[in-house]
Write a protein that binds this ligand. Structure first.
Ligand code: MEV
Length: 305
């Protein structure tokens, strides 16, 4: 038997960091960039389950997350591990705000459960990947695993039922990578310190991010792209105040705005990784070029519909 399963990248449009503290956030899947897991049972008896991840960094937490994923899948299913090789690959750069950890674990869990003919339902898979996310991020909100497992735009509030957003009018995003890797765990930890040491300044920032996410949901549902763009740029200014932007992110965001983007912001943990710009279909190419000229490491466009 040879089977493959995949999972998409994600981009957070509103509310990162604040979402850790119970505020709403909005994220969409990026289906064009994916992680995959291919399982091959053509191995000798007693071979065991071997997970091979050639293009993921040989970081200990990647290994830990992959073996934890496998263990949780077989615990949930109550079946023994099959004899097989599994090759895990990803087009999603690690530590770049696009959900690489959750996507890799989701693809792996899917292929393992398919191999024993017990595909996991989405809610069980989501809960399982959330456990694995704790290895990567320490105190994840759960938004990354949710948008990746369901592969649908989501309005997410921690510990509340998942709400999928209806898209009033399709919109185009250009996503640009600074090429700098920045572990989410660190930026999340620094925001926590900020909240503990300067609560009077930090809490109002989180509250304002929440208001923006609420307004953004309405703009998405009613197809108001101009308003959505303004809200993205306002969200970015608040993320700067939370100290999670970087010179490179700010340079790319300015470049996108100067080239005509409706709005732009960092996406995910920040301090590096990716930024996202809202563009019109006609301006997407020009803005992508402006981002490359401004030093982006990689630029992709995606349609949210
Ligand atoms: C990471 O993709 C998003 C953060 O809000 C952390 C989290 O929600 O767990 C920074």
């Amino acid at each position: 038997m040879f089977i493959t399963a995949t999972a998409p990248a994600k981009v957070i449009l509103f509310g990162e960091h604040a979402v850790v503290y119970g505020k709403p956030a909005i994220a969409v899947p990026v289906s064009g960039i994916r992680a995959s897991a291919s399982l091959d049972t053509h191995v000798p008896d007693g071979h065991g389950l071997r997970i091979i991840a050639p293009d993921l960094e040989p970081a200990r937490d990647v290994d830990d997350a992959l073996s934890l994923t496998a263990r949780l899948v077989f615990d949930a299913l109550g079946t023994p591990l099959p004899d097989a090789n599994v090759v895990v690959q990803s087009q999603i750069p690690i530590a770049s705000g696009l959900g690489s950890g959750a996507a890799v674990s989701t693809a792996l869990a899917r292929v393992l459960s398919a191999a024993v003919d017990c595909p996991l339902d989405l809610a069980t898979l989501n809960a399982l990947i959330y456990e694995v996310e704790k290895v990567h991020h320490g105190t994840p909100s759960g938004i990354d695993n949710t948008v990746i497992v369901y592969e649908r735009p989501v309005y997410f509030v921690r510990e509340c039922p998942i709400e999928h957003i209806a898209i009033g009018m399709p919109f185009t995003l250009v996503i640009a990578d600074t090429g700098q890797r920045a572990p989410t765990r660190e930026s999340v930890g620094d925001v926590r310190k900020l909240l503990e040491t300067q609560p009077e300044q930090t809490q109002p920032i989180l509250d304002s991010i929440a208001e923006i996410a609420e307004a953004a949901r309405f703009a998405i549902e009613t197809g108001n792209a101009v308003e959505l763009g303004h809200l993205m740029s306002s969200n970015h200014q608040l993320l700067q105040k939370l100290t999670v932007s970087s010179t490179e992110l700010d340079t790319l965001i300015k470049a996108a705005e100067s080239a005509g983007a409706l709005g732009a912001k960092l996406s995910g943990g920040g301090r590096g990784g990716n930024m996202v710009a809202l563009v019109t279909p006609e301006s997407a190419k020009t803005i992508a070029q402006a981002l490359m000229d401004a030093g982006a490491y990689r630029v992709i466009s995606t349609l949210v519909s």
